[in-house]
Design a protein around this ligand. Sequence first.
Ligand code: ADP
Ligand code: ZN
Ligand code: ZN
Length: 771
Amino acid sequence: MGAARARGLGRFFERDILRGMSLDSATLLAPRFARVVLPIPVEQAFTYEIPERMQGQIAVGCRVEVPFGKRSLSGIVVELAEAADVPRIKPIHELHETFVSPALLDLAGWMASYYGCTRGEALQSVLPPSLRRAKLRAKPTGIARVADEVLRQNGERSDEYAAVQKKLARAKRQLALLTELLSAGGEAPVPAILEEWGYAREVLDGLAARGLVVIEAIERYSPLDALEAAVETLTAAQTDALLLIERTLASRAFAPILIHGVTGSGKTEVYLRAARRVLDDGGGCIVLVPEIGLLPQATARYRRAFGEEVAIIHSRLTGPDRFDIWERIERGEHRVVVGPRSAVFSPVKNLRLIIVDEEQDESYKQDDKPRYHARSVALVRGRDENLTVLLGSATPSAETLRHAAEKKYALATLPGRVGGGVLPEIEIVDMREEKSRGQIFSPRLLERIEETIAAKHQVILFLNKRGHARYVQCNACGDVVMCKNCDVSLTFHRVGDRLKCHLCGYERAAPQACEKCRSRQLHFTGVGTQRVELELKALFPDTGVLRMDADTTTGKEGHRRILEEFSTGQYPILLGTQMVTKGHHFPNVTLVGVVSAEEGLNFPDFRSAERTFQQLTQVSGRSGRADAAGGVVIQAYSPDHAVFRHLVAHDYDGFMREELETRKALNYPPFSRVVLACCSAADAGVLNSFMESWAAAARSLLAQRNVAVLGPAPPLVPRVKNRYREQILLKGAITQGDKDAMLGAFRDLVARGRGRSNIELRWDVDPETFL
Ligand code: ADP
Ligand code: ZN
Ligand code: ZN
């Protein structure tokens, strides 16, 4: 530890990443004070006294316990000082064992300047959410197995099993866990049950006490066996990809590789092998997966391959658990970390490899300060720590494709499905006629649904949520019922006949008559999942329909419960929003229907065509993954659009070639950079004059630069939660200096009193949405 600290210090001062550090104060004299960043949303670091007993032990990166108000918080030392800058300084309480590596501190420093946030804010993302001291707990280990007898009884669906269920009628969680274990094949690692499935230890122990489940301490998951048993020989394309990765790993130099392969082409298998090579070589690796409620499905293979070597992080982990895992990773107990975007900051020992699966996924962009993009962070971390970075996708982002085309990234292509499985046949159905008749389903889609159900196969129906909300409109005067705080229509929810705002949560009863003209001719437009569900039930009265959307998946278990029910085969149809498009593997699904494909396409965003193609490809990929051939029916109102033309041919490259031409012509990313600055204020007039001044200042600051200043203009939704919004878009070859100049101008204007009405800034570098 001592050596690590000394090294940390040396490297830190060499690079002087964090601002305001003073060299001599820390290195020459034993510093008496430490500046500490705390996990609170405040700009500055706080000064504390280093007590006698800790002299010489405290260095940049140390985690310390300090008094803050009436609380005790744990924070990170970012600077040492000889003199104090404020009176009445309190001493540090305690010095923790854990230590934030210089590399991660550097990364936080990069984030702070690139994304324009404070060090504290960046560190808050880098560190696990709770820095409070976690209770010391024994690390859960072992495998929980359903007792053989119960396994047999369940298999035979015998009366004895019914008796077991009855016995557990009052212990609902125990019954749920038992059921889940059975559907997982009868066993699961204990850490997965507690950390991923979200069961309390008592629930598991309860089942063990009844003798229904046996907990075995042995390491039965021999990683290599599990891996090698699943897949014997790699395909030629997989072998080539793996060789490329191995060569890159051996070079120990920073190198990004794009793995471009359709769904089912064996990308995950390549990731697993690459991770295995890294582990064999004593290294560690991070696997990023999109933020979806389906993490268990997406991660089961990593668990199977690496047993307890793998740590699975997900957003539902509570603070202390998250912190526990973080410490275990830091101690080298987990060398493979799988999780959503925040996993990119994991303190993995001897990190050698970062894998970004589905690299085009929007969820890699954080929607809150510091609005970082995990793919960018992975690449910067890779550059600074000499890592191999794998970006995998069936539909790579325009950014990544361009880098690959320019040979900045190596490229490995997996052209077909493993085992020669065919891609589903995609049909586009022209809906223009149906629309005028107010129909949701075309005869063609209905016919295909019937066929599929008759063949005892399953159907997934996808409804794009964007712009698809149901709203209430008056037939007489055309008035639409709006939110009183935001400039959006309220969405109708059949449950309780309520109208809700999806931006601010405002909620009211649906009116009986128009509030403007008193007409009673109100009608409900737009198609929501609830309406489609009703229609389906009317059309197919004897067919079970599962609905998966934000309303049916509330709570910790929502997603998994619905997916499990669907995988039992009892329900022929699964209907849902975006959530149904990713990460599933339902071998019995042979038809995917896209109820309407347009909403995303008409969205005012330069990525809307790219996103629509990606999304439709992804949802199509759910069809026909086993032996049975799959089909996809897409209902479209503009069937001649380039997206559909290329989609039918499964020609993503062709589509992207055209798309990149367009982007180039309009100077949009990846041919430029974009920064979106959105301000809000309670007073529309004050806001507008502030934004006009800021835009004018920006134009003169950036006059000599190749950067366009667009706006100010109102965004799609110009008022949210009673605050008005206006935005400025910067587009061009934006440098760090340009961004700093813009933020400097903002601060000047605020300081000169132009921001008296409390103007808030949302500064979004490389934005993924323009709402
Ligand atoms: P992707 O990640 O591209 O969707 P996967 O790695 O999940 O593809 O592979 C799809 C399916 O094919 C999985 O069930 C996987 O176990 C299997 N598979 C992958 N590679 C091979 C191989 N070389 N031989 C046989 N089966 C394979
Ligand atoms: Zn009216
Ligand atoms: Zn609202």
